[in-house]
Design a protein around this ligand. Sequence first.
Ligand code: YNC
Ligand code: MG
Length: 388
Amino acid sequence: RHKFWETQPVGQFKDVGDPSLPEGPIEPPTPLSEVKQEPYNLPNLYEWITCDMNSEDMCTEVYNLLTNNYVEDDENMFRFNYSKEFLRWALHPPGYFKSWHIGVRVKSSKKLVAFITGVPARIRARDAVVNMAEINFLCVHKKLRSKRLAPVMIKEVTRRVHLENIWQAAYTAGVVLPTPISTCQYWHRSLNPKKLIDVGFSRLGARMTMSRTIKLYKLPDSTATPGFRKMEPHDVPAVTRLLRNYLSQFLVAPDFDEDDVEHWLLPRDDVVDSYLVESPETHETTDFVSFYTLPSSILGNQNYSTLKAAYSYYNVSTKTPLLQLMNDTLIVTKRKDYDVFNALDVMQNESFLKELKFGPGDGKLHYYLYNYRINHVLRPSELGLVLL
Ligand code: YNC
Ligand code: MG
């Protein structure tokens, strides 16, 4: 059934729920000298390239490939439209390897037709902190689909990850593969319901008028929590402490140090935003929220071309109730003119989704680990990881 995935060191369907299998690496590392030194073969018309995302031209080529060929919803109404600035951020964390940013070109025309990336991350599974690659942005041009190019892309990124002496990976996908460590769901909070209905993202509820719907989703103009403010560079140590402590409760979560927090969480315009609560009395940092910006192209609508979406990232509440923090976050995103706020049901997100008028999306997001077995399927609330 899965001609490629059956050959890979991943949990197989026949093994799901077998408690006799040990947790941890499925295969031991091989000596680096035994890792294949040459790239995998591509069909003759194509060639591998390593993408320098600091080059404006390269970044534009990748941006164009993804803008036209990356992930769509089931009804092909929307397609992710990651910005160039976002791609640069996502691909340049501390210790990144340029060799893990992989493209495929047509030899004759030099046209970029496929892409896959990895970035290094320390991910904790129960008590073990494991050096992993986070694999993302796998994309094959629409005209080259179903030709078994994806398995070659995956084997090549795996080879290049192995060359850095890293043997595990984490990734998410909308499709079911062998085998998810967890299956999560997106929830959507309308900020601009009229536009969302006009473009077919949402539908007018039964017995609802447009004006009642607009009223239902209305938000106050200003945030409610005293001391709620944007994160600044000097906050990195306090946020790192807060986040490390918070993430320690989940079964699978990133192991962030200060350099990671500086990269992944310091605000960057239209890429990632973070806010925290600094207690007006003690000046302690007690709570934290963050979201990233990922617009979607609206396919074939006369009036609108992009949907501006914010995605919940990492949130921590110790003093301010999470519900209130997230309501303040909705207020911030509404003020910044986002159309919708999206959140997965991971971590403690379930505790605010319904109350804050999020509705469940269709389609699931499956989380996977490569060459690492977890012995039971995690509930989304046991997962402390958000991939971009
Ligand atoms: C997918 N999303 O099952 P079997 S997510 C992994 N992730 O293999 P072909 C996928 N595998 O079942 P196409 C996959 N989608 O026969 C399909 N597959 O064993 C498997 N879409 O290959 C599939 N981006 O080339 C099958 O399929 C085999 O031409 C079929 O290409 C697939 O980034 C794709 O959704 C997704 O661009 C490239 O459809 C194409 O259809 C496309 O004939 C739109 O492939 C964009 C899209 C995927 C977003 C993502 C995470 C990717 C993770 C990859 C796995 C990483 C493993 C760890 C590696 C490092 C290890 C270390 C150490
Ligand atoms: Mg293909």
